[in-house]
Design a binder for this molecule. Structure first.
Ligand SMILES: NC(=O)c1ccc[n+]([C@@H]2O[C@H](COP(=O)([O-])OP(=O)(O)OC[C@H]3O[C@@H](n4cnc5c(N)ncnc54)[C@H](OP(=O)(O)O)[C@@H]3O)[C@@H](O)[C@H]2O)c1
Length: 329
C-alpha cells in the first residue's frame, strides 16, 4: 500500500517519507479500514517535531489519528457484519505506530465509529480530535443548554466544531477570533456573536452583548494568554475548561480569585478521556450527526503524496479550517 511515515523527528519536508509499505492485517480485535481521508491535527505535527519533549516512540510512524473510510476486513473477534461499514476513526496513532496517512489502517474495532449516512467521508475525517475535545470541554461538569458559553478561537478546528456542538445543545455562544475571516468562520458555524479579541475591548464588549451577565463556561484554547481576561467575564461558580496553552505554558494561578469565585478550572486531554465520558461523547456525536446540519470546515484536501505540504500549511498557522488528506489509490 502507499503510505507516509517518518523514522525520526524533524521538519516535515525532511522526515516525511512517501512510499510503499506492507498492507496491514487485522489482529483479533481490530478492523482493517480502507482509508478515504486522513484528518490532520496539531497533535500530529507536534508529535513529529517532539513538541515539549515528546519522544519518538516507534521505529516508523505513519502519522495522523483521525480519518474516515470503509471497513474491508475484521479480526476473529469482530462481527463480520462490520465489513463494508462507513466509519470515522479516532486515536489511530495514539500509543500505536500506524495512523491514517496510508491507503489502509488497522485499529481496534472500538476506535472505528459508524458514520451516519448523511455525513460525507470528508467530514468524517474531521470529527475525531475536534469533536471529542469539544465534548469533554463543554459537557463534563455541566449541560450547555441555556448557558452562555464563550468559545475562544472559534475559527480553530476545535473551536469551530465546539460552536456547532454547543449550538446543537442549546447554548448561547459567543466566540473570540482575530481578523474578519475568522469572525466569518465562527458566525458561519452558528455562533450567536463573534468578537475580535485582538482589537476590541473584549471584556467590555461581552458585557454589552449579555447586558452585564457574565458567562457560565469558557472553553479555552489559550489558558495562559487568556486567563486574566477570562477571570473578568466568568460568573461565580463558572467553569473554565482548557485544551491548549501553546504560547504560555506556565502561568500564575491567582488562587484567592479562584477560591472566592468558586470556579471549576480543568484541562482536557482528548486521548485520555475516561471510558464513560467517551461513551457519552460518542452518543452525543451520533445524535448531532443525525439531527443537525453539520457544516463542513475543510480548507484544503491534499493528495497523500503531498502530506509534507499539508503539515507545513498547518504549522504556518495561516490556514483556517481542517486540512484532510485524500488517501484513496
Ligand atoms: N488537549 C487536547 O486534547 C487537544 C485536542 C485538540 C487540540 N489541542 C490543541 O489545541 C490547539 C488548537 O487546536 P486546533 O486544531 O483547534 O488548532 P487551529 O485550527 O490552529 O486553531 C487554533 C485557533 O485558536 C486561535 N487562538 C490562538 N490564540 C488565541 C487566543 N489567545 N484567544 C483566542 N483564540 C486564539 C487561533 O487564531 P488566532 O491565533 O488568529 O487568534 C486559531 O484560530 C493546538 O495547540 C492543539 O494541539 C489539544
Amino acid at each position: 500500500m502507499k503510505a507516509v511515515w517518518y523514522e525520526k523527528q524533524g521538519d516535515a519536508s525532511e522526515v516525511l517519507i512517501y512510499g510503499e509499505m506492507e498492507k496491514p492485517t487485522p489482529q483479533n480485535d481490530e478492523v482493517l479500514i480502507k482509508v478515504h481521508y486522513s484528518g490532520l491535527n496539531p497533535s500530529d505535527t507536534k508529535r513529529r517535531v517532539g513538541f515539549r519533549g515528546q519522544k519518538h516512540a516507534f521505529h516508523s510512524i505513519i502519522p495522523h489519528s483521525d480519518g474516515s473510510g470503509i471497513i474491508e476486513a475484521v479480526g476473529s473477534n469482530i462481527d463480520s457484519k462490520r465489513i463494508g461499514e462507513r466509519v470515522w476513526v479516532y486515536s489511530a496513532q495514539w500509543q500505536r505506530p500506524f495512523g491514517t496517512a496510508a491507503n489502509f489502517v488497522c485499529v481496534p474495532s472500538n476506535l472505528a465509529i459508524k458514520l451516519e449516512d448523511s455525513i460525507s467521508l470528508e467530514i468524517g475525517a474531521t470529527i475525531g480530535i475536534p469533536a471529542l475535545t469539544a465534548y469533554a470541554g463543554m459537557f463534563k461538569y455541566t449541560n450547555p443548554k441555556n448557558k452562555i458559553i464563550l468559545i475562544t478561537g472559534g475559527a480553530g478546528s476545535v473551536g469551530n466544531c465546539a460552536i456547532q456542538m454547543a449550538k446543537y445543545a442549546g447554548a448561547t455562544v459567543i466566540s473570540s477570533v482575530s481578523g474578519d475571516k475568522k469572525m466569518e468562520a465562527a458566525l458561519t458555524a452558528g455562533a450567536d456573536y463573534a468578537l475580535r479579541y485582538d482589537t476590541s475591548n473584549f471584556a467590555d464588549d461581552i458585557m454589552k452583548i449579555t447586558n452585564g451577565e457574565k458567562v457560565d463556561l469558557i472553553f479555552d484554547v489559550a489558558l495562559g494568554t487568556n486567563l486574566e481576561t477570562n477571570l473578568d467575564i466568568i460568573k461565580d461558580h463558572g467553569i473554565i475548561s482548557t485544551y491548549a496553552s501553546d504560547k504560555k505554558a506556565i502561568t500564575e494561578i491567582p488562587f484567592q480569585k479562584f477560591l472566592l469565585m468558586n470556579l471549576t478550572v480543568y484541562s482536557v486531554f482528548m486521548y485520555l478521556l475516561p471510558d464513560k465520558m467517551m461513551q457519552n461523547a460518542l452518543e452525543f456525536i451520533k445524535d448531532w450527526q443525525i439531527n443537525s446540519d453539520i457544516k463542513p470546515f475543510i480548507t484544503k484536501i491534499y493528495p497523500l503524496e503531498e502530506t509534507a505540504a499539508a503539515h507545513l500549511a498547518l504549522e504556518s498557522g495561516k490556514t483556517i479550517g481542517n486540512i484532510i488528506i485524500d488517501c484513496r489509490d
